[in-house]
Design a protein around this ligand. Structure first.
Ligand code: MG
Length: 253
């Protein structure tokens, strides 16, 4: 299933996409969602960020080639950081370019959406706690990340966590093509089989530290090829079996 949040007129609700139509659901994704019986043409709705997470837990240096381009190796254990819930935007939403940065990078990533409260979950059981997968962009003010020596400011601006276009619930994430394009030009091309720590290992590692709540998102890390975005750029993250997340970089209001 392709699960979405959407706006239709003044209504905001959840639904499942089937072909060119959207079937609204009663309630949330997390507690036995029931179709309402309605059918709305997909062209008539605006898709929103598929979840509103309480937190986005992101992983640094999880692809060997990206670790190398950043001047290091894949760490022995996952390196975690948090992006604020206010950084999340949806498909088609603008990414505001912060006036206090002069180097903003794209980072296309596979995003894991948590489906059930998860605390100290072993990797072998992690699949039961994952609702599905979506495309993510861990947008980063690289200059501020370097200047601060830690990542909260550089990774935390409003709009720096595009997610979408939907949550694919029936997908084996172990070997998917992932690509990030800027104005149609491929910048990052890899496969999720190159992840040092995969989704199940990350659920185990993270849930040993903090409780993951339904709707929380894990950004699994970015492949090699990160690079700068300019105002006016259209950035796309495409993952095989999910779809394409597109956002445009705009001047900050
Ligand atoms: Mg990243």
């Amino acid at each position: 299933m392709k699960l979405v949040r959407f706006r239709h007129g003044s209504r905001i609700a959840t639904g499942a996409v089937q072909g060119d139509y959207l079937r609204p659901l009663a309630g949330t994704f997390f507690e036995n969602p029931v179709p309402t019986g309605e059918e709305i043409p997909l062209a008539d709705v605006r898709l929103l960020a598929p979840v509103l997470p309480s937190k986005v837990v992101a992983v640094g240096r999880n692809y060997a080639e990206h670790a190398q381009e950043m001047g290091g190796d894949v760490p022995e254990e996952p390196v975690l950081f948090l992006k604020p819930s206010t950084s999340v935007i949806g498909p088609g939403d603008p990414i505001p370019y912060p006036p206090i940065s002069s180097r903003v990078d794209h980072e296309g990533e596979l995003a894991v959406v948590v489906g059930r409260l998860a605390r100290r979950v072993p990797a072998e059981e992690a699949g039961r706690f994952i609702l599905g997968f979506t495309c993510g962009n861990d947008v980063t003010a690289r200059d501020l990340q370097a200047k601060d020596g830690q990542w909260t400011r550089g990774k935390g601006f409003d709009g720096f966590c595009p997610l979408g276009p939907w949550i694919e619930t029936e997908l084996d994430p172990s070997d998917l093509a992932i690509e990030c394009r800027v104005n149609g030009d491929p910048r990052q091309t890899a496969r999720t089989s190159q992840l040092a720590f995969g989704p199940n290992a990350l659920v185990e590692f993270i849930s040993a530290v903090m409780t993951l709540l339904p709707g929380d998102v894990i950004l699994t890390g970015t492949p090699a090829g990160v690079g700068p975005l300019q105002i006016g750029d259209k950035v796309e993250v495409e993952i095989e079996g999910i779809g394409v997340l597109q956002n445009e970089v705009v001047p900050s209001a």
